[in-house]
Write a protein that binds this ligand. Structure first.
Ligand code: DX5
Ligand code: ZN
Length: 224
């Protein structure tokens, strides 16, 4: 942890998968969380990594692991990520009929619980279950691939969530994911996000730790 109110979470989707431990090391002291994208080739077309990689990374780094499950049947799999030592486990609203039940299982297994909302999913049906979650992940792209262009119109959902959390006195972290860079993070912070996933903008940079620090600086000044 860096002592900042803003969470910067480099997405390892843009890192070198053969060197994940070193890539984690490269942002140590700068990043708050490491964001891990689990894709199962069913919920999204892409396929990435799963539980064994989380278990190995947990042993290789002390940075909290923020697991984003883009998978079907999260009720079956999500608690296992908590047991493996994930700090936060986010499941997709579109992947289950009962996200709140999965959140309870994740929390009982020892992690924070996140609810992820994909590009085409409205937030309204989920407002009433937000108290079950520690984190709301608003996609700012269509989930499934890194390196896509940020969609600013999706920040309306961030504004809506921030208003709803404030009126309900909820302690809710709002994370944005997709196309976050030095050019887009300010608008996301102004909309009310306080956690920022960045893949390409961090691991595509010559100095990933410096890229994280720069993102944090912009996010903090947007809020002050
Ligand atoms: C995509 C993932 C993102 C992705 C973001 O579905 O959820 O976490 O890694 O990558 P960038 O920052 O390159 O858009
Ligand atoms: Zn993600």
């Amino acid at each position: 942890m860096t002592g900042s109110d803003m969470i910067i979470a480099p997405s390892m989707l843009a890192a070198d998968f053969a060197r994940l431990a070193e890539e984690a090391q490269a942002v140590r002291g700068a990043a708050d969380w490491l964001h891990l994208d689990m894709m199962d080739n069913h919920f999204v077309p892409n396929l990435t990594v799963g539980l064994p990689v989380v278990q190995s990374l947990r042993a290789a780094t002390s940075i909290p692991l923020d697991c984003h499950l883009m998978i079907e049947d999260p009720a079956r799999w999500a608690p296992g990520y908590a047991e493996a030592g994930a700090y936060n486990v986010s499941i997709h609203a579109e992947a289950t009929d009962d996200p709140a039940a999965v959140a309870r299982d994740v929390k009982a297994a020892g992690a924070l619980a996140g609810l992820a909302i994909d590009r085409d999913t409205p937030l309204d049906p989920y407002l009433e279950i937000l108290p079950e979650f520690d984190l709301l992940l608003i996609m700012t792209i269509k989930a499934g691939f890194g390196g896509q262009k940020f969609l600013p119109e999706l920040l309306e959902k961030v504004r809506q969530a921030r208003r709803s959390a404030a009126s309900g006195h909820l302690d809710l972290r709002i994370e944005v994911d997709g196309g976050i860079s030095a050019d887009t993070i300010e608008a996301a912070a102004e909309a009310g996000a306080d956690a920022f996933v960045a893949g390409t903008a961090v691991y595509g940079a010559d100095d990933p730790a410096a890229a994280v620090r720069n993102l944090r600086k912009i996010a903090e000044s947007a809020r002050s």
